[in-house]
Design a protein around this ligand. Structure first.
Ligand SMILES: [Zn+2]
Ligand SMILES: [Zn+2]
Length: 108
């Protein structure tokens, strides 16, 4: 088991993942294309194995099939970090594009 850490672009939301992912995937659905301008790279982790610090905003929507999706963002920098679905209790989708923060080289 590997412990993973990450966070949003501005660093106000940080997380630790202490369990291994259940599955990873790249999603090209229309919703992902709308909010990211592209596909999204995700891994699904057990929610019990997540430690999150910092305030988050939640955008709730309903899919065509009636599933309720909660997408969680940093309210300061807008980074999309997590999503959970009413059809998948106990697991959380983690966006992988910004993990881990300290490996991102910023251009100044
Ligand atoms: Zn942020
Ligand atoms: Zn998608």
């Amino acid at each position: 088991m590997t412990q993973r850490e990450g966070g949003c672009l501005c660093g106000k939301v940080r997380y630790k993942l202490v369990m291994d992912p259940v599955v990873s995937r790249v999603c090209w659905c229309r919703t992902c294309q709308h909010f990211s301008g592209n596909g999204t790279a995700n891994a699904i982790f057990p929610t019990d194995g997540m430690e999150v610090s910092g305030e988050m905003s939640v955008f709730t929507s309903e899919s065509d099939s009636g599933n309720v999706i909660n997408r969680k963002f940093c309210p300061h920098c807008g980074s999309h970090l997590f999503a959970d679905s009413s059809t998948r209790p106990g697991v959380t989708v983690v966006r992988l594009l910004i993990r881990p923060t300290n490996s991102i080289k910023r251009h100044t």
